[in-house]
Design a binder for this molecule. Structure first.
Ligand code: NAP
Length: 251
């Protein structure tokens, strides 16, 4: 995608990957509108980046999505790039009774949320030049982490949805991108200080470089082994990865 001159709406822009991506895109001469639930985070990011704007949004709430979409289009009619980035990740227990609240929140935030957000904005995007819909999935959509089984499944589902939407929009002038991060140092799963995770600034630098190409899948080097998981040979990779993860994320 072109990296300058866009008007970009990014969900989950108040922290972590969303904030860092918003700041990198803002610095490259884009108009950036961030969103999320925590007003205090949104205000801090806008204060640190003059010219940025924010819209409160709860991606689990269809009414909030509709309201944010109406406001976004009214206040930023040039809006041409949607980055569906908001997500939650919580450990679960696929060996037992999955907590129903966790399951519904995770599926609603990570899977239904991006679908609904896109649906609310797609008619507008189809009227714009250089229109992009991007989704932050995860390498765990390609190789599940057993201790976050529901989360991993939402990201696999999102990947599948992206493939369908990309196919259907291929002649409509709207490109559909998937950003599939590996483990990155953010608040997600308390990984801010995790030595094994990729530093956030390094992830953003690599991601921006790939975003600036015509790639549909935005993969940093550390994500490629996971993405290369195809076909019947996946069990070795899934098992080896989960031997590591079950020790690292032992309750
Ligand atoms: N960090 C990693 O290792 C990693 C790896 C692969 C994929 N990812 C994906 O990257 C994305 C960003 O995660 P992160 O690592 O940057 O963690 P993060 O700092 O916790 O960011 C998640 C963001 O999502 C927003 N969010 C959560 N629930 C929301 C809701 N109901 N409505 C609106 N916004 C909501 C949060 O804002 P509020 O709480 O203020 O609403 C927050 O800004 C997620 O989709 C995650 O799955 C992360």
């Amino acid at each position: 995608m072109k990296l300058t001159g866009n008007t970009i709406f990014i969900t989950g822009g108040g922290s972590g990957i969303g904030r860092a991506l918003a700041e990198a895109l803002h610095a490259r001469g884009n108009t950036v509108i961030i969103s999320g639930r925590r007003r205090v985070n949104l205000d801090a990011v806008v204060a640190a980046n003059p010219g940025m704007a924010a819209i409160e949004l709860d991606i689990t709430d269809p009414a909030s999505i509709e309201a944010a979409a109406v406001r976004l289009i009214a206040e930023h009619p040039d809006f041409n790039v949607l980055i569906n980035n908001a997500g939650i990740m919580l450990p679960d227990q696929a060996t037992g009774r999955i907590d129903d609240k966790l399951m519904i929140e995770t599926v609603t935030t990570n899977f239904l949320g991006p679908i609904r957000m896109t649906a609310a904005l797609i008619e507008h995007l189809q009227t714009r030049n250089d229109a992009i819909i991007a989704y932050t999935s995860s390498v765990l959509g390609f190789v599940p982490m057993a201790v976050t089984a529901v989360y991993s499944a939402t990201k696999a589902a999102l990947h599948s949805y992206v493939l369908s939407q990309r196919f259907l929009l291929k002649d409509a002038g709207v490109r559909v991108l998937e950003i599939a991060p590996p483990w990155v140092r953010t608040d997600l799963m308390n990984s801010g200080d995790a030595e094994e995770a990729m530093p956030l600034d390094q992830f953003i630098a690599e991601t921006m470089a790939v975003l600036g190409t015509d790639a549909d899948e935005i993969l940093v080097e550390g994500a490629k082994t996971f993405r290369a998981n195809v076909g019947p040979n996946e069990h070795g990779l899934v098992n080896d990865f989960n031997e590591f993860a079950s020790i690292r994320f032992a309750a």
